[in-house]
Write a protein that binds this ligand. Structure first.
Ligand code: ATP
Ligand code: MG
Length: 355
């Protein structure tokens, strides 16, 4: 299984984007990231991580943001943050992110990105922020009242993406409203002050929303995950416990049989085949055969990653070094963007008269 096989893009516009990325990789910049709210799961791997590695290997510069300030959008307790950040780095590297070619950094280490928040906040209305369906869902799930930080989450994310000049953002489906807002902000900024930003495009995979064992979106916070770092027996047990339905024959029907479709899509994504093909192959074998096959494919696909992950976690000093180096590189890019923004806004007076 190659990471290339894990992502098959379907729609016309996606294949056009893909063509552009392949022919002119150096003209693009991939920027994406995760919150350090816990270790990564299969949804991350299939939804975005494998895609990041694939894009890196096409020759596109990749920047991965560890969105540490965003941990406190929906909770007061940050948890064992230091360990979680190290674990994320180990997982990125184990999946194939190469720290020589790609940048991994934590956004709390790059203050210039936060500076962009102020002009960006002036470009959106509170009604637009309140309409965001992902923010609404996360606010409901947190069972707390909506914090101003959660409400403005998509704006900080826009500051991260645009501040690093990202134009391609490989993400899961829940991120689409946020990326749309980043496009709006780029457009409005350019319209008001002159062109500084490219409008970033979201890049989905064919499995943009992997479900967990309970049938809801697989998510760290819900605790319904198959962790990249889980053992093989544990993985098989979670898959065995996944909800299915009472129909014997396996068919691929995401609307009426979402849980079965989810297992088929996982197998398909990890083996580079179509879910329909996998459904036909299993057919009358039923849910038990489908589950056994799914567990086997996940464990085989993640075996090397899991071994590398374990080895990397044994060397925290190395992981810290990767973060330090990545943060220094991100600072340089973000400082350049902030200069451009100040110049565009006519706020570069403290640098002396323009030449
Ligand atoms: P949390 O529950 O703490 O929000 P999460 O599991 O939703 O964690 P994030 O850090 O919010 O993970 O998401 C990181 C990236 O992974 C985003 O691009 C997101 O779209 C993608 N992603 C997360 N979960 C899934 C999933 N189940 N299927 C596909 N992509 C996913
Ligand atoms: Mg999330």
């Amino acid at each position: 299984m190659t990471t290339l096989e894990t992502t098959r893009l379907t729609t016309e516009s996606l294949s056009q984007t893909e063509e552009r990325l392949r022919t002119r990789p150096a003209e693009h910049r991939v920027v994406t990231g995760d919150r350090p709210t816990g270790p990564l799961h299969l949804g991350h791997y299939i939804g975005t991580l494998a895609n990041r590695v694939r894009l890196q290997n096409l020759g596109i510069p990749v920047t991965v943001i560890i969105a540490d300030f965003q941990v406190i959008t929906d909770r007061a307790d940050t948890g064992p943050l230091r360990d979680r950040v190290r674990t994320l780095i180990a997982e990125y590297l184990a999946a194939g992110i190469d720290p020589e070619r790609s940048v991994i950094f934590a956004h709390s280490g790059v203050p210039a990105l936060n500076q962009l928040l102020l002009p960006f906040l002036s470009l959106v209305t509170d009604a637009e922020l309140h309409r965001n369906p992902t923010v609404k869902a996360e606010s409901l799930a947190s069972r707390r009242s909506l914090s101003a930080l959660l409400l403005t989450y998509p704006v900080h994310q826009a500051a991260d993406i645009l501040g690093l000049h990202g134009d391609v953002v490989p993400v899961g489906k829940d991120q689409l409203p946020h990326i749309e807002l980043a496009r709006v902000i780029a457009r409005r900024f350019n319209g008001r002050y002159g062109r500084v930003f490219a409008e970033p495009e979201a890049l989905l995979t064919t499995t943009p929303a992997v479900l967990g064992a309970d049938g809801a979106k697989m998510s760290k916070t819900r605790g319904n995950t198959i962790l990249l770092g889980a053992g093989e027996d544990e993985t098989s047990a979670v898959i065995r416990s996944a909800r299915t339905d009472s129909l014997r024959h396996i068919t691929f029907d995401p609307v009426t049989r979402p849980q079965i479709a989810n297992l088929l899509s996982i197998v398909a994504a990890l083996t580079g085949r179509s879910p329909l093909e996998v459904a036909q192959e299993i057919g009358s074998g039923g849910a038990a055969v489908l589950k056994a096959r799914t567990a086997e494919v996940i464990n085989e696909s993640l075996r090397d990653l899991r071994r590398r992950r374990r080895d990397l976690l044994a060397d925290p000093a190395y992981l810290d070094g990767v973060l330090l180096d990545g943060t220094a590189r991100a600072m340089e890019v973000a400082a350049g963007t902030l200069d451009q923004v100040r110049r565009a806004m006519d706020m570069d007076y403290f640098r002396g008269p323009r030449g």
